[in-house]
Design a protein around this ligand. Structure first.
Ligand SMILES: [Zn+2]
Length: 156
């Protein structure tokens, strides 16, 4: 994707018709995206060992910080290139504010805990063995600072 749309600068593949699939030839104008927190930008584009770890395990970090999981009826792929097809409505699954007895906290439940306890729970999950505690703490602090959802869950 190296060819910019002359109207919105969205990147397209060579040979793709410009302006039709992105902005209707300049008819749709979106407000500029807000900058993400500076510590996240360093992790996204930096070259430090922490940034490399973040870029390598970004899916684990992303899932660790999620407030809910997504649910949908997913259709089995047919022949040809794999395509993620959803039938019906997309919904988000949230649980109770506290986990069941003996179960670990997950999703939004983690934002009710003290940050250190929440990060310890996240790092104890088997899928996060490659994640660094310092990055988990950075992400948790940034989300607690900028997300109105954290405040809403803590008030509940
Ligand atoms: Zn465009």
């Amino acid at each position: 994707m190296v060819v910019p749309c002359p109207f919105c600068n969205a990147l397209h593949f060579p040979g793709e018709s410009l302006g039709k699939s992105c902005c209707h030839k300049g008819k749709v104008v979106l407000p500029p995206l807000a900058h993400y927190p500076p510590e996240l930008e360093e992790l996204m584009v930096g070259a430090s060992p922490e940034a490399k770890n973040f870029q390598q395990d970004i899916q684990s970090y992303n899932e660790s910080m999620a407030f809910a999981s997504m649910g949908a009826q997913v259709e089995a792929p047919g022949s040809g290139p794999y395509c993620f097809c959803i039938h019906g409505q997309i919904y988000h699954l949230t649980g109770a504010l506290h986990p069941l007895e003996g179960q670990p906290c997950q999703f939004a439940q983690l934002y009710i805990l003290d940050p250190a306890a929440a990060n310890a729970e996240r790092l104890a999950a088997g899928e996060n063995t490659g994640c660094l505690p310092s990055i988990m703490a950075t992400l948790d602090a940034a989300i607690r600072r900028v997300s109105p959802s954290v405040t809403a869950y803590q008030q509940m």
